[in-house]
Design a protein around this ligand. Structure first.
Ligand SMILES: [Zn+2]
Ligand SMILES: [Zn+2]
Length: 288
């Protein structure tokens, strides 16, 4: 039976850089129906050991995060993302969803901003390379904002395909670092369903062929719901867009890397939206 793991720490519900504690207040309770299905398991994350953070960030960066009281969940957040990655790579789970308190994609080697503290995904990549010898990764970033910290950290890494939907169009010379502007695509859509479809279509049309060519051993989906109507990165989307992207990425993961997909929670601030959008995405992970 293919397991789907959800990693979590209680601090994410009490306090989060993103929301000062409200966005995941109803977790894990809102997952009770999902967790009644034996395929899904909640795993409690520990704080990440500092040696893994030091492979990506400077000592000064760590001290800065320590001094910022809004980053109090950062060690558990990275712990959640690395625990999910470990369980997928070791074969204990087919896919995983990592809940977090503090974000990751705006954290570069020696800076952090925008609700982010440590770069959770890049730390997980370093961990998997060292512990499992994994070489190739794809990151699909559908947070509303450009993943500048992640891009800085993987810019010269040919083993990472970094696909980001943000506000510019860009492709690196080697074709492994891609930005697509959501604004260009969404400008043509007239209503919410067509906006959802147009947004998901970027992943299907622009990113899926790249992922198939690149053949990653694991796909990370950096999933921000700040793009939802009424949240702080509002692109006019609703949950339909996220469900569609979840289906697309499960399918391509099945085709190229034995289904291995880790969803990492990114931006998004509203408690009501977290309760509406996160459980259906987790369900999709178990559907195929
Ligand atoms: Zn964002
Ligand atoms: Zn970008």
């Amino acid at each position: 039976m293919d397991k789907i793991i959800i990693t979590y720490h209680e601090s994410f519900s009490r306090r989060s850089y993103l929301t000062h504690g409200t966005r995941l207040s109803d977790f894990p309770a809102v997952l009770s129906e999902i967790l009644s299905d034996p395929r899904f398991e909640l795993e409690f994350a520990d704080a990440i050991e500092e040696k893994w953070i030091l492979k990506v960030h400077t000592k000064d960066h760590i001290e800065g995060v320590r001094r910022d009281h809004l980053c109090s969940t950062a060690w558990y957040s990275v712990g959640s993302v690395v625990t999910s990655a470990d369980m997928v790579m070791s074969g204990k789970a087919k896919r995983a969803f990592a809940l977090i308190g503090a974000g990751g994609h705006h954290a570069g080697r020696n800076y952090f901003w925008g609700y982010c503290c440590f770069n959770d995904v890049v730390i997980a990549i370093n961990y998997l390379r060292e512990c499992y010898g994994v070489e190739r990764f794809a990151i699909v970033d559908t947070d509303a904002h450009h993943g500048d910290g992640t891009r800085e950290l993987v810019r010269d890494d040919p083993g990472v395909l970094h696909c980001c939907i943000c506000s510019t169009n860009y492709s690196s010379k080697d074709g492994t670092k891609i930005d697509i502007s959501a604004f260009d695509v969404l400008a043509q859509a007239r209503d919410t369903p067509s906006r959802n479809q147009a947004y998901a279509q970027i992943v299907r049309q622009n990113f899926v062929p790249l992922i198939k060519d690149f053949c990653p051993q694991l796909i990370f989906w950096y999933f921000g719901f700040d793009t939802h109507q009424g949240d702080y990165g509002d692109l006019g989307l609703t949950h339909g867009a996220y469900i569609e992207i979840a289906k697309i990425l499960c399918k391509v993961a099945d085709e190229v890397c034995n289904g291995r997909l880790e969803v990492v929670l990114g931006g998004g601030s509203r408690r009501d939206l977290a309760n509406i959008v996160i459980p259906p995405v987790i369900k999709i992970l178990g559907n195929s």
